[in-house]
Design a protein. Sequence first.
Length: 446
Amino acid sequence: MPTSVMWFRSDLRLQDNPALATAIDAGREDGVVPLFVIDDSLGTGNARSAYLSRLLGDFSHRIGGLHLVRGDPRTEVIRVAREVGADSVHVAAAFTPYGARRDASVERSLSTQGIRLERTGSPYAVAPGRVTKDDGSGHRVFTPYFRAWQEHGWRAPAPAVDGVHWIHPDGGTSIPKVSVPDGMRLPAYGEDAAHARWRQFVDEDVADYDSARDLPGPDRTSRMSVHLKWGTIHPRTMLADLAPLRSKGAQAHVRELAFREFYADVLHHRPDSAFGYYNRAYEQMAYDEPGEAFAAWKQGLTGIPIVDAGMRQLLAEGWMHNRVRMIVASFLVKDLHLEWHHGARHFMDHLVDGDLASNQHGWQWVAGSGTDASPYFRVFNPTTQGKTFDPDGEYVRRWVPELADIPAKQLHTPWELDPPPAGYPAPIVDHAEERIESLRRYDAVR
Ligand code: FAD
């Protein structure tokens, strides 16, 4: 058997990696080339590029050298495969619109040379497209998808691989040095970090997840999104650990993992919804052009404490709590009247866990134009949201130091203080007025 190539993408792990197991099997006599292509056309945000470069370093160290090349995978994969005399290239199937197109094109060019592209597994417990409605179309509503997803089920985690005969061809490029964006603290990276974080969450926090998950102050969600994004753990491994747990928290966590798979499924059926409106009626709505208010939103200087706290957390950690993602997104669309994709792009530029399906559909859900979307007329009041989900102001105080000494009662309405807090802006909009304006625009296209 000749050499095989394992083309790693968002699956930099040795445990529960069926594509890698297949590559090892195919290359059991001559070994496996661990390949990673730095594909500049993906244009990952600075935070993600910085994170990826560290993750590549960690993974390369673990396997004694990842073969890194830079360029277009359509030419680079076939070049490497030919150079090492491989007759198969192994991947986990990709489902983003770009990833699916790229792989189809790589597969075509490999086949002209008699080399197979073998897809084994995917980054999901249930691959997009597997669960459909009776008529074969994709689900548009989460709850029936969730039911069908659970009924479909998934395999047990694949065993960890050991003693792999890696081949390290000459040449290749070195891991790019990408500096961390100013003021940002990156999360821990690598397979060990993913498992350590997961164990800690299961041992300490999952039981109460259902009641604690909406509170950004105590901050007790799993923070596994970044590890799922880069595939340093497979969701199947997590689901296998959750299965024997009876707590409501564990069940709620399974449901959230299903949301990630639902959005990947939706994007698979509607690739146009990555950048276009899922519900096209919303294309016709009147929107404002981004200007000063957008700049204030990006910097966390809107004068609305919970919005500013969230936007500053994004810049500082490359992550934001889910409840606050919804609040800041609603503020952008319904208080500032901007199209959702302006905010989605800013998120993708800064999120370390930035994932096209979850991000674009998280935004569209808030904007009202997405799948079983929150109805457009339900406009989040950011002050009420702040008081409800950050009642003692723990979260706002952490991220907006100008408000650190304000008592909890006034923390979410600092503009009512006399004098107002020094160094903190007055609200850039009046929510009550913008709510009416937002509904007026909605009525016009309804
Ligand atoms: P936990 O609460 O511990 O949940 C566990 C896992 O379930 C998460 O890691 C994630 O994989 C999945 N999950 C949870 N909630 C959702 C959800 N609403 N949609 C999809 N998957 C979910 N998630 C991303 O991974 N990448 C993104 O780019 C992203 N952008 C978002 C943008 C907006 C506007 C909104 C409203 C949500 C977005 N989400 C995104 C979903 C969610 O906010 C994050 O997955 C979650 O905050 C990650 O933190 P955690 O790992 O502690 O989550």
